[in-house]
Write a protein of this length. Structure first.
Length: 135
């Protein structure tokens, strides 16, 4: 059996005032998904966004690609990231928590997850929990 090749194409650009660092996930020459960083204003934390085509879900592709992208982020000093997840999207929630994100907000339809890769995962969780316990 021949394993399908998966490659990532890098893009860094500015679009409508939003800084974007994006990686297309490509299989057999076709873009099947992406992982991107967006900064909505000059002072906001970077937002991590990702998606993969429905027919490519539950194959471990994003589980394989997100850690590599996060390593690239860390190497390029993009250590604080925010990700928003729709309520009920268990695959995405599991993906983020497996990669060190901590849930910090629950809205009606969306959950917010945060990571700071300048800390170890354990140290960040400790810092975050102490911060949340301040009265």
């Amino acid at each position: 059996m021949i394993k399908e090749l998966l490659t990532i194409k890098n893009k860094i650009m500015t679009l409508e005032g939003k800084t974007i660092a994006s990686k297309d996930i490509i299989r057999n020459g076709k873009t099947i998904g992406y992982i991107s960083l967006l900064r909505y204003t000059s002072k906001t934390i970077l937002h991590l966004e990702y998606s993969i085509g429905k027919e490519f879900r539950n194959q471990g592709i994003m589980s394989n690609e997100l850690p590599k992208y996060l390593e690239w982020c860390k190497e390029n000093q993009h250590t604080q990231l925010l990700a928003m997840v729709e309520k009920g999207n268990e695959a995405s929630i599991n993906l983020l928590t497996k990669n060190g994100f901590i849930q910090f907000s629950k809205a009606t339809t969306t959950f917010a997850y945060l990571i700071d890769m300048s800390f170890s995962r354990e140290r960040f969780a400790e810092f975050f929990n102490n911060f949340n316990n301040i009265n």
